[in-house]
Structure formats: structure tokens, C-alpha cells
Design a protein around this ligand. Sequence first.
Ligand SMILES: C[S@@+](CC[C@H](N)C(=O)[O-])C[C@H]1O[C@@H](n2cnc3c(N)ncnc32)[C@H](O)[C@@H]1O
Ligand code: SF4
Length: 622
Amino acid sequence: MFERALGWLTPKKPPAKSPTEVYPPIPMKLAFQTYLGLGWYGIEEGDDGTRVWSRNIAEIRIAPDVTRVVLSFTSHYYQWTGSPQTIEFSKDGIHDFTLQVTTERTVVTVNCKGNHLISIRTGTAKPSQFRRSSDCRALGICLDQLVVEPLRVPALSEQKESWLLYGESNPTGMPNTLQLEITSACNLKCTMCTNHAVTNPNLVSLGGHMNGSLWDKIRPILRDVEVLFLLGDGEVFAHPHFLSYVEEADSLGVQTVFSTNGQLLNAERIERIAALQHLFRMTLSIDSPDPEIYRRIRGTSLAPVMQALREMGRRSPLADRICVNAVVMKKTLPSLQQFPQQLAEMGLKNLVLRGLLNYDFTLDEECPEYNDDDLRMLRNIKEDCTALGVQLSLMPPIPGELVEVSRDERHQDLKYEAPQPWSELTGPQTKQCFDPWLRAVITRDGSVHPCEAFGLPSGPLGNLTTENFDQIWNGERFTRLRQDLLQGRQLGCANCVRRQTGPHPLQHFAARIVREKCWSSEKEISLTVRNTGAFTWTQEVQLYLGTSGQRDRTDSVYYHPQWISRNRVCTFTEEKVAPGEQATFRCPISKGEPQRPERFQLVFDGRLWLPSTQFQLPFATQ
Ligand SMILES: C[S@@+](CC[C@H](N)C(=O)[O-])C[C@H]1O[C@@H](n2cnc3c(N)ncnc32)[C@H](O)[C@@H]1O
Ligand code: SF4
């Protein structure tokens, strides 16, 4: 939550030149930027390499759930003469603060309206911190310490209440996706499965289930979650309560995604699955449609799984939610060419071919070489799928030129959200991980991780058996991880394919709902949002209020013909919204009576759903 508490020290253009100073001509290129403590400054260098500008107008925004305070620190450009730098404070919104300025340091202590005591000390940079003598002309504000002292962490139930009361985005910015490993037990022992191949030769007997008391702790989190993934090693249907957990989530409007080997499906279970309202994706792992090859891999008969598939293919809309997943191996690839036709005949529409992962190098024999023959077979499958209306995803490590990820698979696998086309806005090569803002992974022992890369040197970021989820999600370790990712610091996840290149988009694009300025009537809603990123919003950036809960849903009871579309409500009314400024989203709504509150969220179209901007209608009346 650090980045939410602190906001950004936002670079702006140098102040208008004063009559007594002569500034070098534009254009200039950015020479370097650096972080000092928690603040940062930038220096622009003229073409001759000697003239240096600083950009030191900084704004520190403090998130509404911490406090209502907005502080502005302004540092004027000046030539180094040994006199102290001028610092101005805009007192907008400050509830109660003390200010102490010395030539060395400025200390501001702010007592917030919220539940936190925040003290911020700023120090001016010393000439010794600059790289050349000419650099000392440009001095910046740099925060050297920020102390956030939570006086009391509000209980989840209170946070929930204030969310409803004010129509605020969820104040804790809870994850919108939760991934649970509810078991590691399995009824099969497939030859390629990394679970038992690497770590547990006796997996079948060693497997364990998440226990009921842990589920009791997870249940309240689900109210805030959009998608629940029940994935991990093991077989979900081996857990005695798996389906009732899914049904509970479903009754709360949470979309569910899970993967099964299908061996434990029966008529009663299919019936219950078909009754789910919010099933997003159920994947059946069938590595080959050839019964003999299947048996060699999974050690059992293919027949019951095919029967279940046929049964589900007959049921609409369930059929559209079913996906067949096959691992591409030397022994499976030729037979996979039968899948498009077979699936189409059964009324099924989704096929995923996933390259074989060979973590422990015991599967060398099974890894396809992806020679011309192999590639030809994959292309055949692709063509047949297109012709038969089957949506195909080809996932790594299938060779890059063939990799293709369908929209639904992207939704499932958030890592594909990262390499979005940011470059024209944030500079080249931006590719970053969003997981710590969007998702949490909870393993069956209650450990909470930011993603499936469990190997962070920090270990799990908390454990539900000893802490509440909101304490973990908003706690120091999660906060530090987010801050590290934003600032591009080396982490344990440095080798992750989702690791950053270029600036993090969330430094550029960030927003917070200004809750006391949000209101709704029967005919209209008005939402005020502060731009907390470093990027000025213009009408070209396509920032919209979108339907969420289930993102992009088109069934809003509030839909009004003046909306942009069924899933895009409106954009902001201002022409431009600079960092720190507020934007207003105002639009008519139809008088709706939803069965349950409907969710909305800000979205940069085609790029990013902004974390912590979700809210729901109706706003409860105060
Ligand atoms: C570990 S399983 C757990 C869920 C369930 N038991 C199943 O078989 O679907 C999740 C998925 O990983 C796939 N899988 C197992 N070993 C793999 C490997 N070495 N490479 C790629 N995928 C693998 C399985 O086929 C399955 O689709
Ligand atoms: S059924 Fe799934 S978890 Fe079990 S051994 Fe096979 S691939 Fe692994």
C-alpha cells in the first residue's frame, strides 16, 4: 500500500522563467533520473552538455483510506548560491499539521482524518549528490523518510461498510483475482506431471487438502473478488468439498476457473456444474484423444472423461465454458490432429495445446523437437480449428511464432496482460508484472503469495492461519514488493518472464476515487477520481468507466442509451487531467433494480483495468 499511501513525486515542467534568469533553449533530452530515498528528481541536459534543468515540482498524495490529506511540495528552479531552496506547501485538504523548516531539512507532521499518523520529512539534495558541478544548479526535493504509522487496522467488516456507504472503490484495493490451491492430492499419477515427477514420488499418498477452517477465512474475501482460480497441483475433485466451495463462490457472483482430469466427474456433479451461473472456464486435461496413448500417460481409461465431455457438450451454455487442454509431447502430437473435428462434433469450442514443461530434465525424451513435421501438424490443427469454429490457444513452450493466446485464456492467465502496447505512451519496452496489485495465491497450508512463483527469497508474504487477509494484502511485505516492482528494484522474481523492462505502467497510470465527491441519484451518477499517476489524461487516452465484476459484461440494469456502449459507461468530462488533478465521470443511468450490487471500474481501453478504482452501484444512501 506504500505506493497508494505515498502517491508519486510527480515531475512537471520547469516553472515559467523569471525575469532575472535566462534559461537554455528547448529541446532538451532527459539526461538521467534517479531516486533519492523515496522521492526522485530528474535533470535535463542541454545539447551542449552543460546546461542543466531540474524538474522538482512534487506532489505527494495520500490515499483516502489512509487520510484525506493532499500535500504539495514545490521547489523552484534556482541557481546554486548557497541559499536554501524555496519550498512551498499547498495546504489543500490538510486537517492538522505542523511544519518545521530549517536550512537543512523540512519536517512536516500530519495528523490525518483517517486512522493513521503520518510524518514526512523532506530534505533538499546536497550538491555532493550530483554528478557534476553544473548539476548543483538543479536541486530537488527528496523525501528521505516517510513513516506511516497505522493506529488501528480497521476490521474487514468496517472497511466493507465504508465502501458501501460512500460508493468508494474498495478501500483496501483487494485483489480482483484469487488463486487457491485447495489440494495437492491426486487420484492419478501422470507421466509428465511435474508435481510428482520432481518433488513427491509418492504424491498420491502424500497429497493434502486445504482444511475447512482455512476456507472459513477465505470466504469473506470472496465478496471482493472477481475471479476465483482453483488451480494448483493435485485434482480438485479429490477434495471432498470442492464443488460446494465453487457453489459458494458462484452464489456471491464470483467467476470460477478450474482444471480437472475429469476422472471423478459423474452425472450428479455435471448437473451441479451446469447449474453454476458464473463458471468462467472448466478445463479438462486430455492429453490425447487416442485411448491407448492416453492410458500410457495417465494410467487409466479415457472413456469416462469422453463420456463426461459429450454430456457437457449437449448442455448450453455449459458447453461454451468447457475447454480441453492437451500437453504437447512427442507421443501425443500426431493424435492431437483429431481433436478439432471431435470437439466440434461434441459441440465444444475451446482447445488449448500447452507445450511440455520439462522442469527436472527427466522428460527430455518426450519434448518435441518442433521440426518441420511437428510444425506442420500444429498448423493443420490451427487451420482445422479456424474452419470448425473451435477457439485454439497454443501456449509456450510451443515455438514463439506459433504461440497464440485466445482472449479467454488471457483473462485466465494474467501474465498476458503485461505486454500490452504501452510503448507509445510510456517509452519503449514496457512490460511489467501486475500480479501484486491484482491477485493473491493462497496455498493449501494458508500461505499467501503474490503469484505462482513461490520462490521469492522473502518466502510467502503472510499466512492466513495467523493473520487476516487484509493485514497481509495491505501489510508491509506486500507493500514493499509493490514498491520494489514500481521502482524496478531487483527482486527474487528477477528471472521471471513477467519481470519488468521499461517503466512500470502503474507509475504512469494510477487513480484514486475521491469518495466524498461521488454521488448517485435515480437518474445519474457522478464519480470524481484523482489522477495519481505521472501521465496527463487527455481525451485520446481512452480512459472509461467500464462494467466490471465480470469485466465488460453487457447486462447492466443501469444501461442508458447515452452510454458509449453496453460495457463502457462514459469518459471524463474535462479536456485534460494532469497528475494530481481530478476528473469527473458523470452520466445518466436507467433506474435499475439489480439482484445484487453491480460493479464498475476505470479502464484504459485495451491496456489496463486500474487497480483500486472499482466501486459498486447502488451507492448506499447515507
Ligand atoms: C497439474 S494439473 C492439476 C489439475 C488436474 N489434476 C489436471 O490434470 O487437470 C494442471 C495442468 O497441468 C498440466 N501438466 C501436467 N504436467 C505438465 C507438464 N510437465 N507440462 C505442461 N503441463 C503439464 C496438466 O495436463 C493439467 O492440464
Ligand atoms: S491428474 Fe493432474 S495433478 Fe494429477 S498427476 Fe495428472 S496432471 Fe498431475
